[in-house]
Structure formats: structure tokens, C-alpha cells
Design a binder for this molecule. Structure first.
Ligand SMILES: [Zn+2]
Length: 146
């Protein structure tokens, strides 16, 4: 049995990044650009480490260097809105799925007292948002009240 196959083994950073890229269909979560030699994938933390985000695979998404750098410590919901404002194509479904998976991991493992309220607020905000180019009745997005 290889080390990577052992239960509880934390995959190495590069391996985790490759998995995140594959989960996202090979594109940047934020701008939708396809990863490649000119657009290398980097590890972006949903809940930034400085905000108490854990160094778990569930807290990691793949972002291009530009998005990762420009996002900085901006919250996922704020950065998502900024990407839409710029006319990019952030993947709402992938972002919501990633936040849900992280929430499930936090619930299962406990702890993360700083990340919990941050994560809860982000999930609430994302649930209220919907992509500007998507009809309100698709994908279960809620329509904001007029
Ligand atoms: Zn990007």
C-alpha cells in the first residue's frame, strides 16, 4: 500500500491542488479561465488562513495566480461579486459546493471557532445571490426581494 492510500493520510499539497483543479473541471473558480501553462493553478483558501481557515483540503480551491493574488483576504462572497462586476465567470455552483463541503467537514471534526461564523455568513450570502446571467428559477437560486 502506498502512503497516499493509507487512511487519514493528508495528500501532499500538489496532489491536493490537482484534485481541486479536477473538481472544478480544469478552470479557475473565480474567473473561469482554463488552467494551463499560461494560467497556472494555485491553491486558494476559502476561509483565509488569517481568518482562522484550516489547512484542510476542504478549505482549498484552485484559482489562477491573478485571482488568488487580487482576492487577497477578501471574503468568497465579496470576491465572487467583484468577479461578476468585472464580467468574469465565477462558478457559483462549485463555490457553493466547496463551502458546503467545508461546512460538513467542520461539523464532523469540530473546532474551528473562528472559521465557523465566517463560513456561516458566507454560505448565507451565497444562498441569497444568484448569477446575473442566470434566470431566477434555475439551480434553486433565490430571487432577492424587490
Ligand atoms: Zn482566475
Amino acid at each position: 500500500m502506498s502512503a497516499a492510500a493509507q487512511p487519514g493520510h493528508q495528500p501532499a499539497r500538489a496532489e491536493r491542488l490537482a484534485l481541486a483543479v479536477s473538481r472544478q473541471g480544469g478552470t479557475c473558480l473565480w474567473c473561469g479561465r482554463e488552467f494551463g501553462a499560461l494560467v497556472p493553478a494555485t491553491t486558494d483558501h476559502l476561509v483565509p488562513r488569517v481568518k482562522g481557515g484550516p489547512s484542510w483540503p476542504e478549505n482549498e480551491v484552485a484559482a489562477c495566480r491573478r485571482c488568488n493574488g487580487q482576492r487577497g483576504h477578501t471574503t468568497p462572497a465579496d470576491w465572487y461579486a467583484e468577479c461578476e462586476r468585472r464580467g468574469w465567470h465565477p462558478d457559483a455552483a462549485a463555490l457553493r459546493a466547496a463551502l458546503d463541503a467545508l461546512d460538513a467537514a467542520v461539523s464532523a471534526r469540530g473546532g474551528q471557532r473562528r472559521a465557523r461564523p465566517y463560513l456561516a455568513a458566507q454560505r448565507r450570502r451565497l444562498a441569497r445571490m444568484r448569477p446575473a446571467d442566470e434566470p431566477a428559477d434555475r439551480r434553486g437560486w433565490q430571487t432577492p426581494r424587490p
